[in-house]
Every structure is written in C-alpha cells, then in structure tokens.
Design a protein around this ligand. Structure first.
Ligand code: GLY
Length: 366
C-alpha cells in the first residue's frame, strides 16, 4: 500500500486526508475504520456502467464495517451531472434516513465524484464523503482537491462547492476496464499537469509512451503518483482557487467552450487537449516557449490519441463561449499560459485576436 497525505495546515488544521493506492477494494474498510468513518450508514453512488463492474465488490468490502450499505445508481454520462440527479440522491438519502454522521461514497469518474461531492457538501449542510475514482481522469485530477459541482443547462460546473473528501481510495485495477478513449481522455489531464509544473515529468511521459499505452502497472503507478503530488501541492497552497490553483485550468478556457458547444459529445480530456494546443500556441506566439516546445506538446497529445485539431464550430462562436466561462474575473478571462514549459502563469491580457488566431490554428486555417 502507498499513500500520500494532502493537508492544509492551520489552527485548527483546515483539512487533512490520505490518498491511498491499493490493489482491489478489500482494504477500504480498514482505511475507513482508521479514519473513524465506519460503523454507520454508507451510500455508494455510481453510474450504471461502473455499478455493473464494481458495485458488488465494493459493497461486499464495506458490509462488515457499516450497519447499512445502500446503492444509488444513475445513468452514465455528463447529462446526469445536474441538479435533477442531485435531487434524486437527496430524496434517496432522506428516504433511507441518512443523518449527518453517515457517509457518501463516490465510485466512478469525474461526473460521479463531482455530483456526489456536491450532494455531500449540501445534504443536511454537509456530510462526510470519500472518493473512489475508477477512471484515469478522476485518479489524476478530479477526485483530489475538493471541487464539487454540477452543470446548469449548458454551463459547465456552474453550481458547486469546495468540499474536501475524507479519503481518496485508488484501486489501480479499475483502470483495466477503461476504454481506450476514456484512457486517452485521462492522459490529457496527465499531460496538462506535467506541462504546468514539471518539465522533467513531461519528458518522462514522452519517453514512457509505450509502457503507458500498454498500461504497464509500474509506469501507471509512477505517473498517477506524480500527478497526485503536483495536485496536492497546488491545492494545499490554494484550496479555493484564489491564485495558483487557477493554473490547473490550463487548456480549460477554450476546452470548456468546445465541450459545451459540442453538447458534451467530446470527452472532457479531448476538449482539454484542444484547449492545451491553443494555450501552447499563444504561449509560443508570445515568445514564452520556443516553437519546438509547442510542436512537442502537440505531438505528445496526438501520440496519446487525443485530438489536436477541430473545425466543427466557427471560431467566433468558440470565442463567445469562452466569455461565459466561470474562469472570468471582472469581465476578463483568466487565461493560463506556459512561461516556460513546466511553469504555468495566469494571464489576464490575452486578447480576442490571440484567442481567435489560436482557434484558427486548431481549425487548420492559419
Ligand atoms: N481540475 C482543476 C482543479 O481541481 O482545480
């Protein structure tokens, strides 16, 4: 077993919880015992796909540690990430008489973690929850750091709360069942993480492409661990995104715009890939990174089967959509650029012309 503590010191400590890596779900009960989270009711929330794969195994692992284990299953996909599903989960918890000392368990990918975390943050003004991420994207990014929320109409993550989980339990074996497309989507967040904080890690990803693609356990363990270390450092410093945490949004301004304009037909990581190419291009045009780095970033994303070009929506429409993103501040976009590779910076001066030029590059028009 390996673990990593994520902790925000203070008096009292603001938050402190472990990320643990285990083979299988069996050890989850003893981790919950150690954290004083067992011996009450636990509700596992999962989408229909993950439920069919892991719900039985996880509930078996929990039954000796809780008086009652309940299962809440909802349809797979971003279209479930809304207040309607949250309301259904509230109603389920009320019906099953969940109290403040009971526990919610998010079993699955980013959608499940975000909506279950948001329910936990708001049900009875807050109950404990833990994250059991089963996708690469959730293991390297969304399950860590306490961002929870849902989409409102086409506005992504527009309603939410910062609420830290009590435990992040990673079962490496769950990555085996991921489709290649879902795996690639997670790789976009991995590459993003390396680009924003650790150039050496970016080079490591390039040199371990074959092992990563073959889902070699040792390479995946090292890769996921490094992403979690970086994410933990950033979140410990700035849990509520007052400053440095915004750098984790590299590739997300244009990425989110494309995601909503495509009505969520592209996966989150696919949109982050496109947004990262655009951000790297603007960084290159500003002279913050050399052209060679821009080309390497593009090739790396493409090598992991991620899209690096896109022409389904007119550039002006994408530009307009970036303006409704919640990463705006005082009417200005907080754009994340590389300055240089391995160091992301927040820039409020990126103008419409630069964004349009970058989108035209994605369109293959410039
Ligand atoms: N996924 C970006 C963040 O957690 O801040």
């Amino acid at each position: 077993m390996q673990s990593l503590l994520i902790e925000r010191k203070g008096n009292p400590v603001e938050f402190s919880y472990p990320i643990v890596w285990e083979d299988g779900f069996k050890a989850i009960g003893s981790h919950l015992d150690m954290l004083g989270l067992s011996a009450k009711k636990a509700c596992i929330a999962a989408d229909s796909r993950v439920a069919s794969l892991y719900l039985q195994e996880l509930s078996d692992a929990l039954k000796d540690h809780f008086r009652q284990v309940d299962l809440f299953v909802f349809p797979e996909g971003e279209s479930s990430k809304n207040l309607e599903t949250v309301q259904k989960l509230y109603e389920f918890l009320i019906q099953k008489k969940y109290e403040r000392r009971d526990l919610l368990i998010a079993l699955g990918g980013g959608v499940t973690g975000d909506l279950t975390g948001f329910t936990a943050a708001t049900y009875l003004r807050g109950i404990d929850f833990i994250q059991v991420p089963t996708t690469l994207l959730a293991q390297v990014d969304s399950s860590i750091g306490g961002k929870t929320g849902v989409d409102l109409d086409q506005y992504k993550n527009m309603v939410g709360a910062f609420c830290q989980p009590r435990l992040v339990y990673m079962n490496a074996a769950s990555l085996v069942s991921l489709s290649d497309r879902q795996f690639a989507s997670g790789m976009a967040e991995v590459i993003k993480t390396a680009l924003l904080r650790d150039a050496e890690f970016f080079r490591w990803i390039l040199s371990h492409r074959q092992q990563i693609e073959a889902r070699d356990t040792e390479s995946l363990d090292a890769m996921i661990r490094r992403c979690c270390e970086i994410k933990a450092m950033v979140v410990e410093e700035d849990p509520k995104e007052q400053g440095i945490r915004a750098t984790l949004n590299l590739g997300h301004t244009i990425g989110h715009a494309i995601e909503k304009l495509m009505d969520f037909q592209l996966l989150h990581g696919e949109c982050v890939s496109l947004g990262t190419v655009a951000a790297a291009y603007i960084s290159y045009r500003r002279g913050f990174i050399p052209e060679e780095d821009y080309q390497n970033i593009r090739s790396c994303l493409r090598a992991f089967h991620l899209p690096v070009s896109f022409c389904k929506v007119p550039a002006e429409k994408i530009l307009l959509a970036t303006k409704t993103d919640k990463k705006m501040e005082g009417g200005q976009i907080k754009f994340i650029l590389l300055h240089p590779l391995g160091n992301a910076v927040i820039d409020r001066t990126v103008c419409d012309e630069e964004i349009l030029e970058a989108i035209h590059i994605l369109n293959g028009e410039a």
